[in-house]
Design a protein around this ligand. Sequence first.
Ligand SMILES: Cc1cc2nc3c(=O)[nH]c(=O)nc-3n(C[C@H](O)[C@H](O)[C@H](O)COP(=O)(O)OP(=O)(O)OC[C@H]3O[C@@H](n4cnc5c(N)ncnc54)[C@H](O)[C@@H]3O)c2cc1C
Length: 382
Amino acid sequence: MSTDSSHSGNKPTVIIVGGGIIGCSAAYELSKAGFACTLIEKGALNQEASTAAAGMLGAQSETHQPGPYYELCRLSQQLYRAWTDELEQVSGLTGQYVAEGIVRAALTEEDEAELRGRLSWIRDAEWVQPAEMLKLEPELTAAVRGGLYLPADHHVHPVWLAKTLQAAIARQGCTIREWTPVIRLLTEPGSGRIRGIQTSEGPLYADLVVLAAGAWSPALTEPLGLSLPMFPVKGQCISLKTEAPLIRSTVFTKGCYVVPKRDGSYIVGATQTEAGFDKRPTAKVIGELHAKAAALLPRLADAEFVSTWAGLRPGTRDALPFLGTWDAAPGLIFATGHYRNGILLAPATARIVSELAQGRPTSADLAPFTPARAAADTAAVL
Ligand SMILES: Cc1cc2nc3c(=O)[nH]c(=O)nc-3n(C[C@H](O)[C@H](O)[C@H](O)COP(=O)(O)OP(=O)(O)OC[C@H]3O[C@@H](n4cnc5c(N)ncnc54)[C@H](O)[C@@H]3O)c2cc1C
């Protein structure tokens, strides 16, 4: 393994740690901006949370209050279509973008009250009465109490998006090293500046390092004295098929969603449990998820079973990502903790990482997402 950055001529060098959607998107944007990028992944690219996802771009359906996080989600949603078009042109593949919205159906009084409460601040949303909702999606349960129609909450296929991104970053000349665990970040004695990484195959140095290691990120910041309050949140999904198409929109209710993919399958998701790094799907939970889906769309009771899987969302205590830099470790850019919305947030995150790397003003105010909030927590514990 090369141990310094001299191989890259005059280009500034960046190492990206973690080859999920966030690391791959950052690598793409940084390569485009003229950095010599090396993407390091402990396994194969995109085999963790990013290909376990359902692919919803749910800026409206996934946020519960107005504020900077909602604005970041909106920014990313607005970038998405042009970003995937560009990736498709570069790679010759498709991320299977589907420009159909989400029907957020209320099945209980409590859910209805919560959804109605969002109307005061949410954009691109309208309240739909039960009869109208059944016109929109006739296969929905007749027990539906109405709900929100969210036309801007489109979706992609995460597995195909991952293939597209991988091909695009290879085309950009990014160096990709799979099966290479990063053991620790290398710091300059005295200044704390990050100089590179120690891998299973030796050290590697660069001008900048991007931390995009998903749920595994805390193991790399702990030796710097920064305890990131992050944990894996297991999500289980099922894929089903029906003979004739059932729905056009994604249909979403509390605790269950059904996303119709271009190949005629439906991704049904997703459970949410904190179970450490165990990502085995379990029969009981999958059975319960199927029962919820069939309560929402009764014809799914007899659907063909295709497959099941689970993934580990990079959860954070305040459900906000760590995005930005930290004064105690110059040279390190944080892009982690995207929890339930890393597919949605990929283009905005990548753009912001590239802006930080170039020392330019960022497209969003990063104060709410600063890694320093973990440093404050760490100090309080010590
Ligand atoms: C069931 C489920 C459904 C979801 N649905 C949606 C959805 O509809 N919409 C949405 O926007 N989001 C969704 N998400 C969330 C989304 O998948 C995540 O937020 C996103 O994938 C996080 O991307 P990431 O690149 O940070 O993490 P990951 O994809 O987990 O990638 C991190 C990578 O870092 C690597 N790594 C870790 N440590 C090291 C190390 N020391 N050295 C080298 N490599 C390392 C890992 O091997 C991994 O490949 C869902 C998640 C799940 C589980």
